[in-house]
Design a binder for this molecule. Structure first.
Ligand code: HEC
Length: 193
């Protein structure tokens, strides 16, 4: 199979009833992906709220250091790649892969059409170079507390620190309830002989 060739073998909606209960089947990895995103999102919200109460400058480290650290810890525990991405990123390292961009654009379209963010989810199993790859994504919506660092009226001192650390920042100008980005979990099959 040609390098980089992606063959889509299976796609299903998250609402599909569980087929093989108890089996380590597709529903299992989707459930684990949801838990990983909930864990990362919950931890970030708690740490952000606590740090913002001290100072927004303090809170920057939650997003810049804690978010990747928690994601790395979860990735190691699950044996999957857990992270955050967005159409407009602050850190270029979080830029979406082409399939992630498509999923984000699809989320945006569905939200525009009135969909409830809580019900949106992406789950797709593909074969890349003969190995199965399971891809999962879930929207991250903009909450009021996010505006401190992602809104359009940033405190000048904070804006200066962000500009210095993230010169390519494109993650400002968001409004509450808007799609900010997405959590993703990617499971790579271990190919055995
Ligand atoms: C104290 C400032 C601050 C607050 C508050 C904040 N963020 Fe961030 N956010 C950042 C920084 C800094 C980064 C870059 C992190 C990195 O280097 O990976 C970031 C990155 C992100 C990313 C990864 C994509 C990218 O742009 O690089 C997402 C998604 C995100 N933030 C969502 C949120 C959401 C949702 C909230 C509210 C719940 C929020 N942020 C609140 C500072 C903040």
């Amino acid at each position: 199979m040609g390098k980089g060739l992606v063959l889509v073998v299976l796609a299903w909606l998250a609402s599909t009833p569980c087929a093989g209960a108890g089996e380590p089947g597709p529903e299992g990895w989707i459930r684990e992906s949801r838990l990983a995103a909930q864990g990362l999102g919950g931890a970030l919200m708690r740490e952000l709220s606590a740090a913002l109460a001290v100072s927004p400058l303090e809170a920057i480290s939650v997003c810049s250091a804690r978010a990747p650290a928690i994601a790395a810890e979860q990735s190691a525990r699950l044996g999957a790649k857990v992270g955050r991405t967005a159409l407009r990123v602050r850190n270029p390292a979080n830029a979406p892969a082409p399939w992630q961009r498509e999923a984000l654009e699809d989320f945006a379209r569905q939200l525009e059409a009135g969909a409830d963010a809580a019900g949106l989810e992406y789950a797709l199993e593909v074969v890349v170079d003969g190995a199965t790859e399971r891809r999962w994504m879930k929207p991250i919506m903009t909450a009021p507390l996010c505006l401190t660092c992602h809104g359009d009226a940033l405190d000048p001192e904070l804006a200066a620190v962000i500009a210095e650390r993230y010169p390519a920042d494109r993650a400002t100008g968001f409004t509450p309830g808007e799609l900010r980005g997405a959590f993703y979990v990617v499971w790579h099959e271990t190919v055995r002989e």
